[in-house]
Write a protein that binds this ligand. Sequence first.
Ligand code: UD1
Ligand code: CA
Length: 451
Amino acid sequence: MLNVVILAAGQGKRMRSELPKVLHPLAGRPLLAHVLDAARELGAGRICVVYGHGGEQVREAMAAADVAWARQEPQLGTGHAVLQALPHLDAEAQTLVLYGDVPLIEPATLSHLCAVAGDGIAVLTVELPDPTGYGRIVRRDGRVVRIVEEKDADDEIRAIREINTGILVAPTRALARWLPTLGNNNAQGEYYLTDVISLAVAEGLPVATARPGHVWEVQGVNSKVQLAELERACQLHGAQLLMEQGVTLADPARIDVRGELDCGRDVSIDVNCVFEGKVRLGDGVSVGAHCVLRNVTVGPHTRIAPFCHLEDAAIGAACAVGPYARLRPGTRLADDVHIGNFVEVKNSQIGDRSKANHLAYLGDATVGRNVNIGAGTITCNYDGANKHRTVIEDDVFIGSDTQLVAPVTVGRGATLGAGTTLTKDAPPEQLTLSRAKQVSLAGWKRPVKKK
Ligand code: UD1
Ligand code: CA
């Protein structure tokens, strides 16, 4: 079983934030959570996170993660950091070193790295047009002999474009032998993890290398600018995967998935939509521009028009939602339901073929089938202290601008006249209205302003 050590003790000063760097969100989740996912997907037996500055906050935020924590205080370098993790590792296994601020590393890249390492040591490297700042991979006759940090390098070594991503895998027993012997006699006065490479070579062990599938996999986050760059890389990659699955995206550069988006066949998504948490879109669903969907399931062939905000809602098949609809938590729409513009629904169930097409609030309501809710209808669900339910049975017609003062029930097939304020149950099949009789006063004059 593989050990994974995740280094996360650095301060992240350049983020200029109170939040520890590895807790900053990318695609809606902390940087560190992405790295933990990759480690788990690899089937890591033991995972140890090395933390330092702000570490208690990191531990609290990640309390649910089943990992070991090793405190590194003070932070004397990457070699010193891995040394702190050793007591938590399985001495017989290989150890893979990852970084809490390098969030987009792909499990496929890592399993390839582990495969080329076998029982030995392997380093993930990449060639960059501008290698400034990175440790350089020094080879002799094609074989890796050592890694030299930028600050310790002469001009010849600085010209090398193959760099150390920092990610490596090595036998834990060998690390336990090498790490305590590291010196810090270098430009930064640090214990460099990279120095284990020359120690391995000195013992006659070969050092293998592997490349990541994409450069963004090995890019770190040190600033808000880099965070934004990786966010775009991550979103674009996710968009490409969606398109490969057959999803039509109006513009792959203008979609944000901050969680899991699961799509059926022939789904199409217009520009600037945000998907958060778990969202499932059934076959043939279309989502208009500028919608936000959070923890929502949408049944087949439903159309979401532009500018909708949908949260913790379950929408059936062949519904029409929006434009400008708001579905709040606890909304359940059955099939062929229409929710139109400026309609807000909360904690309510709406039956098949029912419609609320304009300007309504349905809160804590149970609405049957074939119900028509007129424009401006409001459930008065809150009496200032408690919430109450409104029940609207099948085949009801509710006239415009009606207030339903809950708790109240509208019986099957009833009609409510426009402008009704319903304070008592409405019997089935009858017309109920609470309006005063219409009168017209002949000879009435509008008041005029006094001089
Ligand atoms: C390191 C590598 C360098 C590589 C580069 C890739 C070493 C000596 N150098 O350099 O070859 O090209 O990464 O980005 O390893 N950390 C700790 N404790 C410490 C020091 C660092 O946990 O005492 C963590 C940091 O939080 C950070 C990571 O290790 O996530 C890298 O540390 P950093 O000091 O940025 O290393 P680099 O100088 O960039
Ligand atoms: Ca760095």
